[in-house]
Design a protein. Structure first.
Length: 317
């Protein structure tokens, strides 16, 4: 894979073990992979002032695994449950699969030679839902409107491929890199080589305010399609390590925060919005933590997810 060359204005190259991951947040249309643009503005802080009163909160529900295999395993488990209910009284068996002893399982399995018994329910392929606070800066309007439209699917079909929708629903996370990022949002190709914004021309210029925002664990940022240009791809940070944050800080537009820590609810307005939608803020944090644990479980050093992971539901509160 050809990496984007280091520019003369860039910081020193990262350690060789991290160099490949350092490059791939930038969508390279020739290599059809993401590499990092190192010629972006220097890091700046603090976060900008906002004129928006009510926080905007989006959500993404995550699934992983093989849907067909999960459906087959679930169907087998339910058929086993149904057979137990049918014969339990006749054979004096416990009515629940988890209460059957070894002898009971043998009796159940022998009661129907055509039944392949599954005694344990398959683990859910839905990891949970992560809620995202979209930063309210007036300087992030285009980034925010692009992301919210892609969460809701309100803009219809992609212009590059009319068979695809401008909607994150069903799109995969094509990159889950250990101790770095989870990246998705390729609405056109799904493999990290595409993407399209809802704005005219299918892309928009990186908004400078996002480069000033301090990156941290759980930060949401846009993955650039080329220097200073965004489309639909985004990523969450899975790390708080300064060496990893430095690869993002001031180089990518940070515009949101996944609610994955109690620290993220210090803004009282966020908790108020959640409660207004009958959501328990503490449960929101716990579910977000669970989703990020699943991301970490699926991560690999080369960024290839250990199993398929995708967006099952998404929207705005």
């Amino acid at each position: 894979m050809r990496a984007h060359p280091f520019s003369s204005s860039s910081p020193s190259p990262p350690h060789p073990t991290h160099q490949a991951s350092f490059h791939r947040l930038f969508v390279c249309r020739t290599a059809r992979r993401h590499t990092l643009n190192l010629s972006a503005s220097p890091s700046r802080a603090p976060q900008p002032r906002s004129s928006m009163a009510v926080p905007t909160i989006g959500y993404i529900s995550i699934c992983s695994g093989d849907p067909a295999a999960h459906a087959a395993a679930q169907a087998s488990f339910e058929a086993t449950e149904a057979q137990l209910r049918k014969i339990a009284a006749d054979y004096g068996l416990a009515p629940d699969l988890d209460k059957l002893d070894e002898e009971g399982r043998e009796i159940l399995a022998g009661s129907d030679p055509n039944l392949k018994c599954t005694f344990t329910a398959p683990p859910p392929h839905r990891a949970g839902r992560v809620y995202i606070h979209l930063l309210p800066s007036d300087g992030l309007k285009r980034t925010r409107s692009n992301f919210t439209a892609l969460l809701t699917g309100s803009k219809g079909a992609c212009k590059a491929d009319r068979s695809k929708r401008l909607h994150y629903l069903g799109t995969p996370f094509h990159r889950v890199e250990t101790d770095f990022v989870v990246q998705g949002g390729d609405v056109t190709r799904g493999d990290g080589s595409g993407g399209e914004a809802v704005h005219a021309g299918g892309s928009f210029k990186v908004e400078v305010e996002g480069l000033k925002t301090v990156a941290s664990y759980g930060s949401l940022a846009m993955a650039a399609s080329r220097k200073d240009v965004n489309t639909s791809q985004f990523f969450f940070l899975l790390t708080d390590a300064p060496s990893q944050l430095a690869k993002v800080q001031g180089k990518y537009s940070v515009f949101g925060q996944a609610l994955v820590s109690s620290q993220h609810l210090l803004n009282p307005g966020l908790a108020d919005v959640l409660r207004s939608h009958s959501l328990d803020p503490d449960q929101v944090i716990r579910e977000g933590e669970a989703v990020f644990r699943r991301f970490k479980h699926l991560a690999s050093p080369d960024g290839r997810p250990r199993e398929r992971v995708w967006i099952d539901e998404c929207g705005i509160l």
